[in-house]
Design a protein around this ligand. Structure first.
Ligand code: WT7
Length: 692
């Protein structure tokens, strides 16, 4: 650790410069840092020496520039890419203040580029054509495949040519409902190549959720596969698409083409339901198309993709990302947060159906010319050692996953880990929710053999890329802290009134200025964009997360402060679950809260009242859970249904969730003031029924 202490000392003499980075100076409180009880974990000298950012000092220098000269800082990174035409004089424009007009964020406007070209053609031209772009590991340990950069480019071009052929044009939406096959990133890249806007729907979403997303963006084509195996279960995805297209047609949205990949290992084509005239087998048409395809040059501010995420109302939000800023931001964050080097083999366990799979399975890594492992199956199939088997098989050096998986593998015991060497690993990553210190330590000590720094990356669907993350090698870590903001991110903590608070404090996490990867709007609802994110604290982007800062300036995310819960890293709006529950003919009212869950982080706890005269029964409980699975997806199924004759409400009829949260988590001595309830007896009834 001596190396680091030296950095620490030298930083103490750094001028503190820009006004809004004082918290960084706290890292340099030499004594505090060195003390054991501070629980600091230092990267090794060897790691730091080879890192892109080897010291807090280097970080501070780069961070300062990113804040003082965002245009220059990000232009330098943007220049690493190919632009058909360079962006205009004004590198970026931002208005984050509703009182000054519409919220608007633009980066590199006027620049013409293409993210598929930059992921593939550019790397091929740089001599990486024969490098493996994707390693694919199937659900069954004996099934695998790979594509070089050359091959990935050819595959993306063939699909792009097909899409053009059926009339998909720049700006058109394409809905994608695929599991983790190589065809998923291929599809995203093919869309990007022709300027079409992909809307990937996680293949765990239900018929209703898929239909809702189809109706919202009206695609000409949906791309799916017939089925997928996860663990020992076969899931018939095509059946879900069929039903969703029947639903969407009822709302007047008719999809002309359903391009279906035959995922032979899960289901043969003969057993797949088929609609002649609409359905087309991928394998029958795509290989016939030319393997080159001209690029559609798009403006940096042209849309790249839509991705729906949950908010505090029942209707999912279509987060819209554009091309240029997103490209520069995902590439840069990937490189620095994982200290990426060309010799790395990178595996992120996320599904491309979520933002992590967009930014850090597909775009960020491929823009860096990285070799990416993708895995089709369940992480504990056929046994809880599978992840480490995959790590050894592909010699994975960077392993990025979610705390929920870490906790579940931790429960299965160390033997499964120790059976494998894992010696290729050098950097670990975590995302999706705060990682509790005990899971952090297990990940660090057992999986990483106390050798690999953990990048605990805090970000959101909306932010496009990492906002706060350790830079491995740059500074010591604290288990459970996302540490410090990434370059260009002015993260601030504000109080209820929206006033920034300094030093050791806790409050709401906001961002003070734009960054290139920021989302630009909610599809078709700019007003909701402004209201949700920019009105709560005027002049700031509001993340929806609580955060505290400790005496050393480290940041600790404390979870959502809105009606969103985080189950296994999946974001679920309580209102969505409630509206699914009340759609059950026998359910009168529902109120959903999150409760601590050992593996999932948060579990879903649903309070329900029933229609007059209906008795509560085990069958009813099951059918309430089923309706949520059907309307949203299995991952949103309530862990607990709590039946009650009434819910605690204020006199104006508002459900008091604060009380429900306490009841759900059995903190009965912390119920607080119940005197404002319309009927205080309801609380006792609820408590009495807690165990039924
Ligand atoms: C919410 C965003 C970003 C990709 C996965 C989830 C929580 C995410 C962390 C982290 C603490 C985290 C936040 C955030 N979250 N990463 N490292 N530490 N909290 O994306 O579905 O848009 O959810 O996930 O609460 O707001 P998402």
């Amino acid at each position: 650790t001596t190396n680091h202490l030296r950095h620490v000392e030298s930083m103490a003499t750094m001028p503190s410069g820009a006004g809004n980075i004082p918290h960084l100076n706290a890292i340099i409180l030499g004594e505090a840092l060195a003390s054991e009880e501070n629980d600091l974990i230092f990267p090794s000298d060897d790691f730091s020496r080879q890192a892109h950012v080897p010291s807090p000092q280097k970080y501070l220098e780069m961070y300062k520039r990113s804040i003082e000269d965002p245009a220059g800082f990000w232009s330098d990174f943007a220049s690493d890419f190919f632009w058909k035409q360079r962006w205009g004089e004004q590198v970026y424009f931002e208005n984050l203040d509703v009182s000054k007009g519409d919220i608007r964020i633009e980066w590199f406007k006027g620049g013409l580029t293409n993210i598929c070209y930059n992921c593939l053609d550019r790397n091929v031209e740089a001599g990486l054509g024969d490098r493996i772009a994707l390693y694919w590991e199937g659900n069954e340990p004996c099934l695998d495949g790979s594509l070089t950069y050359n091959q990935l480019l050819q595959n993306a071009c063939q699909l792009a040519n097909y899409l053009k052929d059926i009339g998909v044009k720049k700006g058109d939406a394409v809905v994608v409902y695929l599991p983790m096959l190589m065809e998923l990133p291929i599809t995203m890249l093919a869309c990007a190549r022709i300027g079409a806007v992909h809307s990937v729907v996680f293949a765990g979403f239900s018929v209703e959720s898929l239909a809702q997303r189809v109706v919202d963006c009206k695609p000409k084509v949906v791309i799916t596969c017939n089925a997928v195996k996860r663990g020992s279960k076969v899931i018939h995805l095509k059946d879900i698409v069929d039903a969703a297209l029947v639903e969407s047609a009822k709302s007047g949205v008719c999809v002309d083409v359903c391009l279906t990949y035959e995922n032979e290992s899960a289901l043969k084509r003969g057993s797949t339901k088929w609609e002649e005239g609409r359905d087309i087998w991928w394998q029958d048409v795509i290989p016939k198309y030319p393997t080159t395809c001209a690029v559609e040059w798009v403006d940096a501010e042209d849309p790249l993709f839509l991705l729906y995420t949950s908010g505090s109302t029942g209707k999912p939000k279509g987060v819209l990302h554009t091309t240029g800023g997103y490209m520069v931001y995902t590439a840069t964050t990937f490189k620095y947060a994982f200290d990426y080097k060309p010799s790395d083999i990178y595996w992120c366990t996320a599904d491309c159906g979520w933002i992590t799979g967009h930014s850090y399975v597909t775009y960020g890594p491929l823009l860096n010319g990285a070799t990416v492992v993708i895995y089709e199956g369940a992480p504990n199939y056929p046994d809880p050692g599978r992840c480490w088997d995959i790590v050894d098989k592909y010699k994975v050096t960077i392993f990025y996953t979610a705390p929920t998986l870490v906790r579940s593998l931790m429960r299965d015991g160390d033997e499964y880990v120790k059976r494998y060497s894992r010696k290729s690993l050098r950097v670990l990553g975590s995302v999706g929710e705060p990682i509790n210190p005990s899971a952090w330590r297990w990940f660090f000590n057992v999986v990483g053999d106390s050798r690999c720094p953990i990048s605990d990356t805090w970000w959101q669907t909306e932010t496009g890329g990492f906002m706060m993350t350790p830079l491995p090698g740059a500074w010591p870590q604290k288990p459970g802290s996302a540490t410090f903001p990434f370059f260009g991110v002015q993260a601030v903590i504000v109080d209820e009134k929206g006033v920034e608070i300094e030093g050791e404090c806790s409050g709401y996490l906001c961002i003070k200025s734009s960054w290139p990867g920021a989302f630009r709007t909610l599809y078709g609802d700019h007003e909701r964009y402004e209201t949700t994110y920019f009105k709560p604290f005027s002049g700031y982007y509001f993340s929806g997360d609580g955060c505290s800062r400790d005496k050393d300036g480290y940041h600790w995310l404390t979870g959502r402060v809105d009606d969103v819960i985080n189950v296994s890293g999946h974001r679920i709006g309580t209102a969505e679950v409630e509206s699914a529950l009340v759609s059950h003919p026998q359910c009168a009212e529902a109120a959903v809260v999150g409760v601590e869950h050992e593996v999932k982080g948060q579990g879903i706890y649903a309070f329900v009242t029933l229609v007059d005269g209906v008795p509560y029964s085990e069958d009813l409980r099951k059918s309430l859970i089923l309706i949520v699975r059907k309307q949203i997806g299995a991952f949103a199924a309530p862990d607990r249904i709590h039946w009650a004759p009434g819910l605690p409400k204020t006199r104006s009829g508002k459900i008091m969730r604060r009380i429900l949260r306490k009841i759900a988590s059995k903190q009965l001595d912390e119920l607080g003031d119940t005197s404002t309830l319309a009927d205080p007896n309801v609380v006792d009834q609820l408590i009495a029924l807690a165990d039924t």
